[in-house]
Design a protein around this ligand. Structure first.
Ligand code: BGC
Length: 578
């Protein structure tokens, strides 16, 4: 049934109001005695329960047989033996793989934190359990045809909502020290604002306490893309400045509750990416008149103001907290030494990292090339806003998977800027993974489902220097997500072949060596988080693309360490300063 028919039905009957409900606001209430020139001016106000939201916008969801919190099952010691390449087994004799030599001049400083990351919608499952309200991703996965290439949903995902104790025990068993996860906003506030769902708070209480019990540092992200549906459908979510106060209210709840247990906080994950989800697919969410190409930047504006507001709030609650956002990107390498490619590189920085990092680390305002574009439709930040935004990241938390060669568009930069229909507009720079000789790529490719991702670890030291020199983060740089999709892993049917993931193992080893080089050269890198704790819902690629350092059998929900988990953990055994 289409949503328009559902709405017609809904308006024809009296709404059923149950315990948790919200009223859909409207500027105009339709009345039969009024005349109106267009259908868009007919609006109404209707009360919906959380259950109604699910029924109307999402429909039935799947559940898993393990549907109460389970105690961790003991981790078999055999699963904690590293793969042979990492050591000499006592039996059988004769293995030829030599021990890796250690570079005695490299070290991760004391206090360096290292662990794994995951995100609520990608791993939790239990989407309707214990009062959770729907997020836009429940609609995108259930309703929007072909939005997820495999038609997968996050309904069950890794069942982390019930199996988190085992998940945390397994991180600890590997010897990792940090677990970064995100909160589901619509679990805590099923409508995004208003009534608080105490069951969700109790759940996250226990996730955090379990981390502490295992000696794992919990790091919490407030928003990893799963916007409460109700906020999208009442005022267009991040496209409205109304989100600033709702995000701040949400932040107040979580900072107040956990500030004494959680030191590291991330307000939002990768605004470049989630603002790029706008425009959302037509006909499933509230309409907007904001032109499509402007929408990501309107979103970004409200993200910066929301983040800054949450940052100051956190500091007023507990001034010792570390609060930042996580942004994303890679090193931007000029494809040739031409002036045009150099200009394209600067545009690429301005339209990516600079979009969020310049306002927070430099001056409270957008970088030049971006400002040239957005000043056409966004209000300039006032001096007060600039002061409020500047300085609001304690560390540069970067999700830095790969890098790209950058070049000017074929038509030239100026022609692109003058032509709003150019597909590269407004950035007006182009990217490639292929060296200028047209033959070699920057490094080994990930899975075909992630064409944006090749190993590019050779460029990591330069990238880290660039970040430190450009944005001068006072608390250093953390690589808060990095990883690679092992090519064609989803086609492997036999467990033993799934668990050996050579491309990913090599990626982590090379990447961490590159960080060690940069640290030796004076770059202040403070931590790393592998993406991901285990295979999970890779957004629009569903479960077809694998990023985990653990394999999850989605039929049984059993977890297994892959070789890369040991390769990653081993680097800290070898190089962490004791
Ligand atoms: C996101 C993750 C995602 C990963 C791999 C990151 O940009 O934060 O949610 O799964 O990339 O695509």
């Amino acid at each position: 049934m289409s949503l328009s028919i559902l709405f017609a039905l809904l308006f024809a009957v009296s709404p059923v109001v149950v315990s948790q409900h919200a009223s859909v606001p409207s500027s105009t209430v339709a009345s039969t005695s009024q005349t109106s020139s267009g259908a868009s001016s007919f609006t109404t106000s209707v009360e919906l329960s959380v259950e109604d939201l699910w029924d109307l916008y999402v429909g039935p969801v799947s559940t898993f047989s393990i549907n109460t919190t389970v105690e961790p099952t003991p981790i078999p010691s055999s699963s904690l033996v590293p793969p042979p390449a990492l050591y000499y087994p006592p039996f059988p004799k004769g293995q030829q793989v030599p021990l890796q030599p250690k570079n005695e001049s490299w070290k991760f400083p004391k206090g360096f934190w290292y662990g794994v990351a995951g995100a609520a919608y990608q791993i939790e499952g239990a989407v309707k359990a214990e009062g959770r309200g729907p997020s836009i991703w429940d609609v995108l996965t259930h309703r929007v045809v072909n939005y997820v290439s495999t038609n997968d949903t996050g309904d069950i995902a890794d069942n982390n909502y019930y199996q988190y104790k085992e998940d945390i025990a397994r991180i600890a068993a590997l010897g990792l020290k940090t677990y970064s996860f995100s909160l589901s906003w619509s679990r805590i506030l099923p409508f995004g604002s208003g009534s608080i769902n105490e069951q969700a708070l109790l759940h996250y209480d226990d996730v955090i306490d379990t981390c502490l019990q295992y000696g794992i540092i919990p790091q919490v992200t407030l928003f990893h893309w799963d916007l409460p549906l109700f906020l999208q459908n009442t005022y267009n979510g991040w496209l409205s400045d109304k989100i600033i106060s709702d995000f701040t209210d949400y932040a107040r709840i979580v900072f107040n509750r956990w500030h004494s247990k959680v030191h590291y906080w991330f307000t939002v994950n990768e605004p470049i990416v989630f603002c790029g989800f706008y425009p959302l697919p037509a006909n499933y969410f509230k309409n907007t008149t904001i032109p499509p190409k402007q929408q990501p930047y309107v979103c970004g504006h409200n993200v910066l103001l929301s983040h800054a507001s949450a940052y100051h709030l956190a500091k007023s609650i507990n001034s010792s907290l570390s609060v930042s956002f996580k942004t994303n990107g890679g090193f931007k390498i000029p494809r040739t030494d031409s002036q045009a490619d150099a200009e394209a590189v600067q545009r690429a920085w301005d339209f990516n990292e600079g979009w969020f990092a310049n306002p927070t680390f430099i001056n409270g305002d957008y970088p030049t090339h971006l400002k040239d574009y957005v000043s056409g439709f966004l209000p300039a930040f006032t001096d007060k806003q600039k002061a409020q935004i500047n300085g609001t990241c304690d560390i540069f938390a970067h999700d830095a998977y790969t890098s790209d060669f950058i070049m000017a568009p074929d038509a030239g930069i100026d022609a692109c800027i003058a032509n709003t229909t150019n597909p590269l507009y407004p950035g007006c720079y182009n990217t490639t993974k292929v060296y200028a000789n047209g033959y070699w790529t920057i490094g080994a490719a990930g899975d075909p489902g992630t064409p944006w991702l090749n190993q590019a670890t050779d460029w990591v030291p330069s990238f880290l220097h660039y970040m430190q020199d450009t944005w001068k983060p006072r608390g250093g740089i953390a690589i808060t997500e990095f990883g690679i999709s092992e090519p064609y892993e989803e086609l492997r049917t036999n467990l033993a072949s799934i668990l050996i993931d050579p491309i990913r193992s090599n990626y982590y080893k090379s990447y961490l060596e590159a960080i060690l080089i940069a640290i030796g050269e004076g770059v202040n890198v403070v931590g790393t988080l592998a993406w991901s704790i285990y295979d999970n819902l890779e957004w629009s690629q569903g479960y077809s693309v694998k990023f985990g350092i653990q394999y999850v059998n989605l039929t049984t929900q059993e977890r297994y360490f892959k070789a890369s988990a040991f390769e990653y953990a081993n680097m800290f055994n070898v190089y962490l300063e004791k």
